[in-house]
Design a protein around this ligand. Structure first.
Ligand code: AMP
Ligand code: MG
Length: 402
């Protein structure tokens, strides 16, 4: 078996996957979804010149310290009838209200003097401005934010709250997004019992499928846990057949090692195709990737930490690709080692606690791949590049922060 770099394995997986189908969703349900169309501004925004302050619209040329202007109009937000301002005139105006023709600036109410200043009161007859304003001051010009026809959100973008706000601003009631990828998760092993059943000698709870389902959901995809198959060919095949019924990706854990009872590998091979890779990484035993009855299949190791880490390294980007999202490498952050670390030369993902203030990283307990608690204590994975066998305290390493 050839030794594959993490990057090459990930690139091969990504190259074989295509985004899922698209669907329409109401704007209210769009947050977190991946856009499948380019969104253009259908008009300039703002649509009309308007005031950015509560104050008085005027001609900048009329303003000077102590200058008195006649207030000839009152323009609340939402106003549609606008008088034309003539020389020496001002209009009381509210934030967001359209600028009247003739005016070219707004002076803030705090920089004026007039008599009736209480809320709800009518506009005064006269206003004294305290200073000269520049043309355009406190005016939001039509088209200053968005230009008609401009693409403001691109297909492949995962929509954030502010994006949803922009879509609402543009009046988009519904949008075309990618469907949420459906992921079936199955475990295998005679030792596994579901949560809710007591442990008898030799047994453990099937923890991987719960952690993996949570990881799947955190990508925006839908997870369906199918439970654990016994270490028998027929049981594994039956569960895989169910897993393939309506999934965009099948994720299996365990049963892909070289143990005597690891049937997942041979069942997948007999009904699909399987690349069985020894990836140059730690933790992570051989990683299996292929298709089962035409559905992409990923076989992760059984050890809980290995399953978690290989999901982050391979399955998370795979799900981003299936989701139609624009692919970007995951952001790493340089952190400083608070203690010396050792590695075996494989690309290593070490569980660590990074102090958010000092940026110093310490290992979170022993690094055995069955030690799930150390992953619970960790807030980061330190990424030690292939070829590095040790690194002293005080040196930087890249980290993924959870
Ligand atoms: P295997 O890949 O079947 O050799 O399993 C490797 C290790 O992972 C063994 O200690 C298994 O008991 C453990 N393991 C396998 N599947 C799970 C699971 N679903 N949840 C927790 N531990 C598991
Ligand atoms: Mg097993």
């Amino acid at each position: 078996m050839t030794l594959l770099s993490v990057n090459d394995a990930r690139a091969q997986i990504l190259a074989s996957l295509r985004p899922v189908t698209t669907t329409r969703v109401a704007l209210e349900l769009a947050a977190g979804r991946v856009l499948a169309e380019n969104i253009r501004a259908e008009s300039d925004f703002p649509h009309f010149d308007n005031s950015s302050m509560d104050g008085f619209a005027l001609r900048a040329g009329d303003s000077a310290p102590g200058q008195t202007l006649r207030v000839t109009a009152d323009i609340p937000a939402g106003s549609a009838s606008l008088p034309t301002l003539k020389a020496g005139e001002a209009a009381r105006i509210m934030t967001g209200a359209p600028l009247p023709p003739g005016a070219d600036a707004v002076i803030a109410v705090e920089e004026t003097d007039f008599t009736n200043r209480t809320a709800g009161s009518a506009a005064p007859e006269k206003v004294i401005v305290q200073r000269a304003v520049r043309p355009g001051e406190n005016v939001r010009l039509r088209g200053a934010d968005l230009r008609e026809g401009e693409v403001v959100l691109h297909a492949g973008r995962r929509l954030r709250a502010q994006d949803v706000g922009l879509l609402a601003m543009l009046g988009a009631e519904s949008l075309t997004v990618f469907a949420r990828p459906r992921v079936t998760i199955l475990s295998s092993g005679d030792e596994l019992v579901p949560v809710g059943q007591p442990l008898t000698p030799g047994k453990i709870h099937d923890s991987n499928s719960y952690a993996l389902a949570a990881q799947v959901e955190s990508t925006g995809a839908q997870a369906l846990r199918l439970g654990a198959a016994k270490d028998e060919r027929a049981a594994v095949q039956a569960l895989l057949d169910r897993a393939a019924e309506s999934a965009d990706l099948i994720v299996a854990t365990a049963g892909v090692s070289v143990g005597a009872f690891d049937f997942v590998k041979e069942v997948v091979e007999s009904n699909g195709t399987l690349n069985f890779w020894k990836v140059n990484m730690r933790p992570g035993k051989p990683l299996a990737f292929g298709e089962y009855r035409g559905v992409p299949f990923m076989g992760l190791p059984g050890n809980p930490v290995s399953a978690f880490v290989t999901f982050e390294v391979f399955a998370r980007p795979a799900l981003e690709k299936l989701a139609g999202a624009t692919m970007r490498p995951r952001a790493t952050r340089p952190v400083i080692l608070a203690e010396a670390i050792e590695s075996d030369g494989r690309e290593s993902y070490l569980r660590a606690v990074v102090d958010p203030v000092t940026n110093l990283a310490r290992l979170a307990g022993h690094q055995g791949s069955g030690n799930l608690f150390s992953l619970v204590q960790a807030n980061a994975l330190l990424i030690i590049p292939a070829g590095v066998k040790s690194r002293p305290a005080g040196k930087p390493v890249d980290a993924w922060l959870f």
